[in-house]
Design a protein around this ligand. Structure first.
Ligand code: FUL
Length: 460
């Protein structure tokens, strides 16, 4: 069985409607109809990094997808410490954390009226434990937003594959949405196989979405196709480029198919899309999502994590990095150390923005063009340039060039690009520069002043 999820698409997405592409000549008008993020989507994206936590019966069976017939007694972490997860997440620079409250095996990490297949039937904390509660408390203690993954696919529920499962799932979500305070993100996974009776389920997405909106109006909902946040199309943490935050829902229809067209729409979004639905890039620090002792020395290197950062956050996406607790219920020392090293490396890369507070100029060049220039006031070897649009007013730039000038005033091209969005990171060949210039060559609506940051190259 493939471990990559098969796509299902959140119904209701289609109901939001697909509009016509803005006509290029009607650029100024396009600004009025340009999709914009909700305050919740904006907050979600500004976090840049969230930590994913896969934990459950699979941790104890050494599997990635449980079968649903596990004995709850196997769930018995010996030293569960959600605060340690939260501290590591915060130290790594994450601002939110998402826990698998229920994975495909149906085992609930919280006590629930819906099933006996939960922590209440395990010996852990004498059957009185609640991992979701400890997780939510730990997140709040470390100033992290709380997110929950509750798999729609349930390989344990006897009612899976019938209308009764809609009520069952509705009840589970209601418990999760009413007991644990503010939930920032709900994560609806795309894997969708058969239940214990061999039956498949067609989920009632409009009902699910309405429930979340009613009980947690400030939460964003992720699924492969939304409705608030979409998948980036792969599990490597690599968003596509160009990457628009908008989609045309007709291109990511329900039920989804593993077609090249759907992958393309998820990877790149759509310049003409009428719905704001930015991409989330998820990846695990290890080969698997759950902890396997055999992978304790197979962690991604700092270099790989940096590559992921440049291709996720640096491609107008948000990174969701998974770190799985061990059977003890703690992050393994190797993961904690790797997160620390990676944070130190990022701190070094982005320590000093030499463009901050420096003289800058912004000049429009026709309807769709503009030139932004910043004078660093000194000559410095620049290694990374960060560009950003004011996405509160929509994503606009579709083609640009980045130039730099050394002390002699001679301009040379450093990079060319298409989309910018919330953040585009450019790694440039380290060289002494005094000025930077971004030329917006084309945009889908009149471009707005850009944010430009310039970071010195490390010793090489
Ligand atoms: C996939 C799931 O099937 C994996 O087990 C994991 O939860 C990953 C994040 O999403 O679709």
């Amino acid at each position: 069985m493939s471990l990559s999820r098969r796509r299902f698409i959140a119904a209701g997405a289609a109901a939001l409607g697909a509009g016509a592409l803005p006509h290029r000549a009607a650029c100024a008008d396009a600004a009025n109809t340009l999709p914009r993020p909700t305050p919740q989507q904006l907050l979600w994206q500004r976090d840049e990094l969230a930590m994913f936590v896969h934990f459950g019966v699979n941790t104890f069976t050494d599997r990635e997808w449980g079968l649903g017939n596990e004995n709850p007694a196997i769930f018995n972490p010996t030293a569960l410490d959600a605060r340690q997860w939260a501290r590591s997440a915060r130290d790594a620079g994450a601002r939110a954390m998402i826990l698998t409250a229920k994975h495909h095996d149906g085992f609930c990490l919280f006590p629930t009226k819906t099933t006996k297949h939960s922590v209440a039937s395990s010996p852990w904390r004498g059957g009185k434990g609640d991992v979701v509660r400890e997780f939510a408390d730990a997140c709040r203690a470390e100033n992290l937003r709380v997110g929950l993954y509750c798999s729609p696919w349930d390989r344990n529920s006897p009612v899976y594959g019938s209308a009764r499962y809609d009520d069952f799932y509705h009840e589970q979500l209601s418990e999760l949405l009413t007991r644990y305070g503010d939930i920032h993100e709900l994560w609806f996974d795309g894997a969708n196989g058969e239940g214990p009776n061999g039956r498949h389920q067609t989920y009632d997405w409009p009902r699910i979405h309405a429930l979340v909106r009613r009980l947690q109006p400030n939460a964003v909902m992720y699924s492969d196709a939304g409705p608030d946040v979409r998948w980036c199309g792969n599990e490597n943490g690599m968003a596509g480029y160009p990457n628009w935050a908008m989609v045309n829902p007709a291109r990511v229809p329900y039920p989804g198919a593993d077609s090249p067209e759907v992958s393309d729409a998820l990877l790149h979004g759509d310049a003409g899309g009428r719905v704001w639905r930015p991409a989330e890039a998820d990846v695990s620090i290890r080969p698997g999502w759950f902890h396997h002792a055999a992978e304790d020395d197979k962690l991604k290197s700092v270099e790989t994590l940096n590559e992921i950062w440049f291709h996720s956050v640096g491609h107008n996406s948000k990174l969701l990095l998974n770190v799985p607790p061990t059977r003890e219920g703690r992050f393994h020392a190797n993961d904690v150390a790797r997160l620390r090293e990676w944070r130190a490396a990022r701190n070094a890369l982005f320590a000093r923005d030499l463009a901050a507070g420096k003289a800058s100029a912004w000049r429009k060049t026709g309807e769709r063009g503009a030139v932004a220039e910043v004078d660093l006031g000194t000559v410095a070897r620049i290694g990374v340039v960060r560009l950003g649009e004011d996405i509160e007013r929509g994503q606009r730039v579709s083609n640009y060039a980045l130039h730099g000038a050394a002390a002699d005033g001679h301009w040379q091209e450093l990079a060319q690009g298409s989309t910018i969005g919330a953040c585009k990171l450019e790694r440039v060949a380290p060289q002494p520069l005094r000025k930077l210039r971004v030329t917006v060559l084309d945009a889908i609506a009149p471009p707005l002043p850009l944010r430009i940051s310039a970071y010195p190259a490390g010793a090489d």
